[in-house]
Design a protein around this ligand. Sequence first.
Ligand SMILES: Cc1cc2nc3c(=O)[nH]c(=O)nc-3n(C[C@H](O)[C@H](O)[C@H](O)COP(=O)(O)O)c2cc1C
Length: 270
Amino acid sequence: MALASNSPKADIEAKISYHEGWKESFSVVIGGDEVMTGKPSPEIFLEAANRLKIEPSNLLVIEDSVPSVTAGKAAGMEVVAVPSLPKQTHLYNSADEVINSLLDLRPEKWGLPPFQDWIEGTLPLEPWHIGGPIIHGFGRGSKLLGIPTANLSTEGCSDLLSEHPSGAVYFGWAGLSARGIYKMVMSIGWNPYFDDKEKTIEPWLLHKFDEDFYGEELRLVIVGYIRSEANFPSLESLIAKIHEDRDIAERALDLPLYAKHRDDQYLKMP
Ligand SMILES: Cc1cc2nc3c(=O)[nH]c(=O)nc-3n(C[C@H](O)[C@H](O)[C@H](O)COP(=O)(O)O)c2cc1C
């Protein structure tokens, strides 16, 4: 595995030194100051292939910017693009695949060994927490879809959200102070089917409630990832997919790996 960046080598080394195990993960690290022309020229990738002693056509490039995708293709490599800006997929036409986040990378599609950490259709995450009063969404959830989501505001949590991919379906546990702790499956993103302009946080609490509870404090511990948000040819197929997500989350949350987070202190409000 090689790291090839237009940044100067010293900057790359300084940056990766903050992350335990990263330096050791790469057998080759090349900086922009070690080649004549940076990306979009293919030179840096060809130099990486040379140092790895692997044919360029046997290498898979994973990149986030358009010039870098151009460079990878010009080097004769396969390229997976992970755009750093949302809703920019159309700019990455020359890539072999465009994915929403690194959580969607499937090495086995490229003849590489699969990741070992997926379990029953879910990817365990280092748990993260988010909470606030329940707000009104666009009102489509319960009326149009039969899926009543208890939305949270994105205001004040942009830092937290920037640490985790948006345009994604997650699951975990939800705590409501006056009621209890429930299983939960959620989307965070722009709901491609509705092409929303604003990002929303939409947890679906997997329990039959008899009344609305707007304004109540909701706390979430997010423990796993299921898939990227997608567009669908019909409302029925969107609903079917969300029901599939629910079934996956229901089952997964019974596994000890996820079930233990039901006891997370964050869910138990004073
Ligand atoms: C588990 C889950 C998965 C979802 N996946 C998608 C998706 O893939 N694409 C999409 O457009 N919307 C997705 N949604 C969002 C629904 O479209 C959304 O909840 C609906 O627009 C209701 O919006 P409202 O609460 O603002 O009324 C998902 C919602 C949930 C709860």
